[in-house]
Design a protein around this ligand. Sequence first.
Ligand code: A3P
Length: 326
Amino acid sequence: DIDLIQTTDENHGEIFPNLPTGKGWMSEHLVQYQGFWLSPKGLNNLMWIQHHFKPRPSDIFLASFPKTGTTWLKALVFATVNRTRYGFSDHPLLTANPHDCFPFLDAYLHENDPSFLELDASPTPRLLSTHLPYALLPDSMIVNRSSSCRFVYIYRDPKDVLVSKWNFLSKLRPKELPPFSLEEAFELFCQGISHYGPYWDQVLGYWKASSEFPENILFLKYEDLKEQPLAVVKRLGEFLGYPFSLEEENKGVVEDIVKLCSFENLSNLEVNRKSVHKFSRDSLVDNRHFFRKGIVGDWKNCLTDEMIKRLNQITSDKLFGPGLLF
Ligand code: A3P
C-alpha cells in the first residue's frame, strides 16, 4: 500500500518532498509524517499550528483519537467549566452541537480568516481540541515543569474505535466511491494507517506524558466514563481547576451535567438530529453522525474471532508494558 510521492503543497513540498503514503479511508491518501499518518490537509493544519499557534497558560486542550468519545468529552468539559454561566434549562448544549462549543484547534486555519482572530479573542480559558499525537504538537504546547495549560486525553478499546470509525466514515463516504469494507478498514487500522494513527502509538504518547506530568495531562478511558460518569466528572472538575463544592454536589450539579451530556439527551436534541457541523469550508458533517450507539462492546456484533484475536494481540504487545490493557 505504501509508495512514495511528492507532496504537492507549494509551501511544504520542499520540507516534505518524499513522504510515504498509504491508502486513505475516504478518497484521499494519507501521508506518514514522523511515524504518524495524516491526511495531506491534516499535515498542512499541523504546519499551521506549528507556525502560528500561541498557547496561553490557561488553555484547556482536549486531545483524542477520532471516535474515542471526543464529542461526549467536549460536552462534559464545556458544561463543567461553564457551569456558573449557564442554567441547565437554557444551556448552549441544548441548541448547539458540542463541536460548535468546543472547536478543533486546526479549524482556525488561515491567518487572514476571521476565525483566526476569533481564536485570539476567545475568552479565558480557551477550550481547544486536537486529534494530533503528542509527539507532533509544537514545542510551545509540550508540557514541562513550568507549564500550566492542561490536557484531557480520552482513549477507548481499539475494537470499538475501529467499528465506530468504519461506521462513521462509511456514512460520510461520497456515493460515487465503491463501498469500503470492514475487512479493508480492519487491515489498515491494524497496520496503523488511519488518520492520526497508529492508534496505539497515539495512546502511548499521551500516556507517557501524563505519567510524567499528571497535573497537566488527565488520562481518561471511555469505558470508565460509561461506568462511573459521576466520579469521572468530579475528577475532571478538580483537574481543570473547577472543583465541585459540597454545596454543588448536594444540589446535584454533577448529576445535572452528566444528564445534560448523556448520549440519550444529546442525540435526541433537534440540533443533533437535524443540523450540520461545519469543520471547515469544505468539510460538513451531519451532527447525527456523531451519535451512533454510544455503548461499550459493539465490536462483539461486528468483528470476527480472527479480527478480535489480532486486535487484542496488537493491544497487548503495544500497551501491556505500561499497564494499559483493556
Ligand atoms: P459509537 O460509534 O461506538 O456509537 P467521537 O466523538 O470521538 O467522534 O466518538 C464518537 C463515538 O462516541 C460514537 O461511538 C458515538 O456514538 C459516541 N458518543 C457520542 N456522544 C456520546 C455520549 N454523550 N455518550 C456516550 N457516547 C457518545
